[in-house]
Design a protein around this ligand. Sequence first.
Ligand code: PRX
Length: 651
Amino acid sequence: MPLSQSDITSVLHETRKFPPPAEFSKRAHVKSLAEYKKIHRESVRNPQKFWGKIAKELHWFKQWKKVLEWKEPFAKWFAGGKTNLCFNCLDRHVNSWRRNKVAIIWEGEPGDVRNIPYASLHRQVCQFANVLKSLGVKKGDRIIIYMPLIPEAVFAMLACTRIGAVHSVIFGGFSSEAVKDRIHDSGATTVITADGGFRRGQAVGLKANVDKALRDCPGVKHVIVAQRTKEPIHMEPGRDHWWHELAENAGYECPAEPLDSEHPLFILYTSGSTGKPKGILHTTGGYMVSAYLTTKYVFDLREEDTYWCTADIGWVTGHTYSVYGALLNGATTVLYEGAPNHPAPDRFWQIIDKFGVTIFYTAPTAIRAFIKWGEQHVLKHSLKTLRLLGTVGEPINPEAWMWYYNVVGKKRCPIVDTWWQTETGTIMITPLPGAIPTKPGTATLPFFGIDPAVVNKEGREVPPNTGGYLVIRKPWPAMLRGLYGDPERYKKTYWSEIKGCYFTGDGARRDKDGYFWIMGRIDDVVNVSGHRIGTMEVESALVSHKDVAEAAVVARPDDLKGQALVAFVTLKGGITADGSLQEELRQHVAQEIGSLAKPDDIRFTDTLPKTRSGKIMRRLLREIASGQEVKGDTTTLEDFGVLAKLREEDE
Ligand code: PRX
């Protein structure tokens, strides 16, 4: 969409500040703001020197010639170098004292648990890599992984990277249509799936979706099926193979393939709320170095940590922070197959206490669900092993941040609010927990080697506390290398809006401390009486009311003001809206941020339409708010029932 001339008005005023606890800083990798600033300054002044030094902490079969070759918008990191991500995740540890350290603690939804040490993970990955080879899979082939969150999904990812096959993980909640589109776009030849998985107490089938998708995918020669639910499924002779049967004949030795640093690593389709999904392409060396470093510093990872990132491996967060970043650091990573509220809304807290989780990384959408379900579910558990909390995926409303800090973190745990994207590959703007004071609602300062800015349409930096466009001014190692098979769309989407910069698509402002406050997607900015405001800020004002759990604000056309604001509001458990609440909420917003941001309509709803990765689908709400029929792509919608309900409420 064309960028608007006028700046974005920021109306959020948040003044609370939380310095890192002294005890935390003392033991942290980066111990003070001054230390952070010094390293950051040097890393941005000379990124090649910085990243070259970090890369040497990992294993390379052959050293690179040049750290960066940059011909905008195409980057090559560590060109000429040869490495292997799987080798760095596994073999490095297996050849050390970590050999028998637990790599993965996995819990299935029914309560079954598997502890997998590095040595055993290594053997299972090698064995499965041999299975892939036995079916003729070669370096560069694209492989679809469409599985529940079971250890075999991780084995499959690592086995691909071991032999240089390019994986494309599709979230298990997607339909056969989504699977078909992604197979076509990627030209995949092999699909790895399972009979099904467990979700909210039910066995949910996956294989039938694959069968349906493959009716239109003649290029797929093999389907490998892991057994999870043991429900009956169709197996197509010649095409479909049981994982466990193929594994019986495969050996445990499979040397990791030395791959060019720029060898394609994975394609991940973004589940964006508009348009055709984009196949985001990442490559090996740069992604590896940055996944390793961000995990270590942002989560201040230590050998004895039990680290849990709750994302599914179908999202980039699951790729980078459940799997690769954690294993590169030799960490113990927790994976959980099922829903956060099965069998009861305290499942996550139960898991934290059961395994002694020390670092917990989740999404604002989950936090708002916990708020809605009520803090009594959290308070049933001690959570005393936790030392650090994280969030990612959306701007976190300051009140949700405070709830997370007080109720989950017991005022003891720093929160890292991490801003990044599928495209950026790794975390870009974030507090370092021992060094950077946090404020509720801001991702704070850039990570090492990252040079973001808030600019106007001409690319000039805007003054403090003025909204603008968030851009990145220098290439970084984990940046996407393109959109699979579509270099033009890559250039147009990311490199043509603002000259010489990567355009993130997000609005933001910086405060006087230089902190970045993300205001959401530019598409979500609304124009009320000539003021362009990010709807996220109005949502945060609503969420700061004691009765509100979640809010989504969109605009509908208005003759007088240009656009009017419509708020969809979910109340906390046990609270019902009486006649006066609507007006009370409007006044509350007026008080918090000024009457210009007062919603014109407030509608109460039990749930909001969200993508399967938990982002509110404001496009659909815009259509509902303006009384239009809901058009366009709804395949990423989590719960179709929501739309019908919202429309009923409309009538
Ligand atoms: O709008 C920003 C929001 O999520 C977008 C990226 O979404 P996706 O590619 O699905 O990746 C999510 C996981 C990395 C961003 O453009 N976003 C992500 N993290 C934050 C955020 N907005 C504000 N604060 C964050 N911490």
